[in-house]
Design a protein around this ligand. Structure first.
Ligand code: KIV
Ligand code: NA
Length: 267
């Protein structure tokens, strides 16, 4: 398609095909990922960690999200663009959720928003959908609730967990969510949720049976040294590539090797 829409992801689910989603927070990566064929881009509130240097997503504001999302929509042409509703912008009421969602659609030009929350937030999903804002629900581990959940931990383990996760996902689908994302959920639980839903699912640390997969680009392209979560595959070593290039640049500047005559202007 010339432009991805929710119908394409529903068709993928219906026909047993998959799709790829990747975070992006700026116009240049949006353009690169879009041109590489990535079907869905996410301006995650992980921008708090990856770009702004916070240790959690909690300080990210709606203004921040509008700024970064605007850059991404300017860089993307075909991809379906989704922005996170940040912590504090939607929880208190369905009206708050509508206001936040409308801002992201209207001011940043995103095609949908993603909202963390289980069936207790079904009314928020219904209100946004009624207002014309497409919603991806985010269940399982929801980082904005890390202080309630007790840190970064797999959700949906133990007795009755599958039934409860399926009930949650079904309530959100019923409320109008066009897709349900699951983070850090046992693979079999995520597979059961995907099988129980009509709408597509997206997984991160949720096994291979979801309709789509999502990763944070700095994780999958190796921008960081040190450990990455077990659900990440590192497809490049950008940290090493950039370090080598910048080291060489500095060496050339200090030795007078850069700039060379061809980099200068004639009088
Ligand atoms: O903020 C984010 O990047 C996300 C994905 C990890 C799902 O919510
Ligand atoms: Na997020």
């Amino acid at each position: 398609p010339a432009k991805y829409r929710t119908v394409h992801f529903q068709r993928a689910k219906d026909e047993g095909r998959r799709f790829a989603m990747l975070t992006s927070y700026d116009a240049m990566t949006a353009e690169i990922f879009d041109a590489a064929g990535v079907e869905m881009l996410l301006i995650g509130d992980s921008v708090g960690n990856t770009v702004l240097g916070h240790s959690t997503t909690l300080p990210v504001s709606l203004d921040d999200m509008v700024l970064f999302a605007s850059a991404v929509t300017r860089g993307a042409t075909r991809a379906f663009v989704v922005a996170d509703l940040p912590f504090g912008s939607y929880e208190a009421s369905p009206q708050d959720a509508v206001a936040a969602g409308v801002r992201l659609v209207k001011e940043a030009g995103v095609h949908a928003v993603k909202m963390e929350g289980d069936e207790r937030f079904a009314e928020h999903v219904a209100a946004m959908t009624a207002a014309g804002v497409a919603v991806m629900a985010h269940i399982g581990f929801t980082p904005q609730s890390e202080n309630v959940l007790g840190g970064y931990r797999v959700q949906g383990r133990g007795e009755d967990a599958t039934r409860r996760m399926v009930a949650s996902a079904r309530a959100l689908e019923e409320a109008g969510a066009f897709a349900v994302l699951m983070e850090m959920v046992p693979s079999e639980v995520a597979a059961a949720v995907d099988a129980a839903l009509t709408v597509p699912t997206v997984g991160i640390g949720a096994g291979a049976e979801t309709t789509g997969q999502v990763l944070v680009w700095q994780d999958m392209l190796g921008m960081r040294t040190g450990g990455v979560p077990r659900f990440v595959r590192r497809y490049a070593d950008l940290h090493g590539t950039i370090t080598d290039a910048v080291t060489q640049y500095r060496r050339d500047v200090l030795s007078g090797q850069f700039p060379a005559p061809e980099h200068g202007f004639e009088s």
